[in-house]
Ligand binder design. Sequence first.
Ligand SMILES: [Zn+2]
Length: 268
Amino acid sequence: MNVLVLTAHGDDMEFFAGGTIAKLCLLGHQVHLVLATDNTKGTFELTRDEMFAVRLSEPEAAGRVLGLASVECLDYADGELADVPLNVLRGQFMERIRHLQPEIVFTFDPWAPYENHQDHRSVAWAAMEAASFSHFPLYHPDQVAAGLAPWLVPQTYFFAKNPRDTNRVVDISGEPIERKIRALWEHTNQMALTVAEAQAQIASAPFDVPTITSLDPRDYREFIANRVRTGAAAVGKKYGLEYAEHFRRTRWGGTERLAEGGVPEDEW
Ligand SMILES: [Zn+2]
């Protein structure tokens, strides 16, 4: 099946759903990634132009680790996605949905609380609407007139910094979490930034965390691996799994409530 991931920045998918995406790729599914922004604010040390030059190379390297079918960037300015009208971004996402005809769309949850990044909020609203209405031919009818058929997205998986109402757990123990970690390692600048930002935050606080503050930010591998394992273990513990990711999932427009005898369990 085709799967489409709609996110804001190069490493969003890997942090929130990298194990699940690795699992889908290992099962032979075609996973396509669309990044809305050019990632050009994710640094303390490089220039905007230097960041722009690697906006695709790092996600593509991570994509090779995971086994993605394609990686695409819409090249909007990082941190400024709120300047893009909702319906413009929705139209671009809907065009990708109608073109790729995915069985599952992954994106940010617009209803999850405390999301401080405008790019995540903008992607969430535009992607949710795109996945909800791409089967309506009079939404963005220019696409239909150009030959793209309307497409009903059967399932949408939402992720968030602070997930709410999760109803789908994916076991990522074994190879999937290993690929998630290795994929994150490919985001060289973003991972160094993650360490450097934690160091700056600790430096502003009345305490020290020597295991972090003593690190060279470019020596991030163990820090990132520990962070991923700790997070996935905490989710897994709730469900009796070693490592897991969880999502709020909607499927079939809620018609599963009407299914006599229930619906089959997911095979993955
Ligand atoms: Zn992000």
